[in-house]
Design a protein around this ligand. Structure first.
Ligand code: PLP
Length: 388
């Protein structure tokens, strides 16, 4: 049996006619950049998110970069980020000449540990004055936003949510249920093909609730051009425009997003049962991911962009699974404070022990909605066989 990490044909197949039609419309319109489908998709996503403003952009990375630029984060400013995340979260900070300030994560949620953030903020010897924080909702589950927002209020930080993996997930905040991405000053999504809502290339979006900020994002998306006078630039932006093709695809797929995320949740629940029954959990060989908001009153508090287990002897298990036809991946094998490009910040082994430990023992298993029961059983049996 083969179990790929992700099977996009299984998702696109049933939509093929609708996708063909949407793509043909774009070809006939000759408006390939920021065409009508981009506006339509922005409106549809805004409505889906309960009335947030949406700016479609060129990627999730660019959504983060544009957000920081529009908030006025500049060279020399400090931006707090988790060390255990995709590179882009910190890369965009460095690209602005700003300084990533790495905090550790919580071993259960994989997300920013508020205590580590607070220790960082209280340090007297930070290399840069913190101006912003980027909580990441890793693998599709919200960071502790109540704590992040309260620290941000106390220390006057901008909050840019990296919700690249978390569109369609809900956070049970003190003020009620809110879509992840909709809690900070800006929220960033990615539509990279492997995300829960993926397009046919690169695209992303920034969401906002302040209209003035939205206008600034829109202008900076096109080099900072004045909306009424194309060659009048009041600020410096860049080319962060969204392709019409991507918006056309996303418009077709958005109505199915909740259904796909529910499918991922159902598969996660099945893995949990299979792992519990296998004895691997009791023997502490496999630790399934924690649902830290379980029982909060909504289902989609974790939408499993990835199903990441922590395992003993990870690298050899990965090879064993690959040999059995099972696709897995390590998200992420190197904490960012130990990346060579950030060596100048002086990060050292032992600084952020939780990030370091998780990067040694994490493993993402196939979780896409179309995965069959037989495939999941095969994955768990193959893992059992490895530890036998
Ligand atoms: C995918 C991802 C990004 C970047 O999105 P792209 O569209 O690939 O540029 C940023 N942060 C996280 C956590 C991601 O998973």
């Amino acid at each position: 049996m083969k179990v790929p990490l992700l099977d996009l044909s299984a998702q696109n197949g049933p939509l093929r006619r609708e996708l063909d039609r949407a793509l043909a419309e774009v070809i006939d319109s000759n408006q390939f950049i920021l065409g009508p489908a981009v506006r339509d998709f922005e409106a549809a996503l805004g409505a889906y998110l309960g009335g947030l403003g949406v700016v479609g952009v060129s990627s999730g990375t660019d959504a983060l970069l544009l957000s920081l630029m529009a908030l006025g984060v500049r060279a020399g400013d400090g931006v707090i980020v988790p060390s255990f995340t995709f590179f882009a979260t910190a890369g965009v900070v460095a690209r602005l000449g700003a300084v990533p300030l790495f905090a550790d994560v919580d071993p259960a949620s994989f997300n920013l540990d508020p205590a580590s953030v607070e220790r960082l903020l209280d340090r007297g010897d930070l290399p840069a004055q913190p101006r912003a924080i980027i909580p990441v909702h890793l693998f599709g589950q919200g960071a502790d936003m109540d704590a992040v927002l309260s620290l941000a209020g106390q220390y006057r930080l901008w909050v840019v949510e990296d919700a690249a993996q978390a569109l369609s997930a809900v956070y049970p905040s003190r003020d009620g249920f809110r879509p992840l991405g909709g809690l900070g000053h800006a929220g960033c999504y990615s539509f990279f093909p492997t995300k829960n809502l993926g397009c046919f290339g690169d695209a992303g979006a920034v969401v906002y609730s302040d209209e003035n900020f939205g206008a600034r994002l829109r202008s900076m998306r096109v080099h900072g051009a004045d909306p009424n006078e194309k060659y009048l630039n009041r600020v410096v932006g860049a080319n962060f425009r969204m392709d019409t093709v991507q918006a056309a695809v996303l418009k077709v797929k958005l109505p199915l997003l909740n259904q796909w995320s529910a499918g991922r949740r159902a598969n996660a629940a099945r893995y949990r049962d299979l792992f519990a029954a296998s004895g691997l959990v009791d023997r502490e060989l496999v630790r399934p991911p924690a649902e830290v908001y379980d029982g909060c009153g909504v289902e989609n508090h974790h939408i499993y962009n990835q199903f990441v287990v922590r395992v003993k002897d990870r690298d050899r298990l990965l090879e064993h699974l690959a040999a059995a036809g099972i696709g897995t991946a390590v998200y992420y094998p190197r904490p960012l404070h130990l990346q060579p490009c950030f060596a100048f910040l002086g990060g050292a082994e032992g600084d952020l022990p939780v990030s370091e430990q998780i990067s040694r023992d994490c493993l993402a298993l196939p979780i896409y909605a179309e995965l069959s029961e037989e495939q999941q059983a095969y994955v768990v049996e193959t893992i059992q066989q490895f530890y036998a």
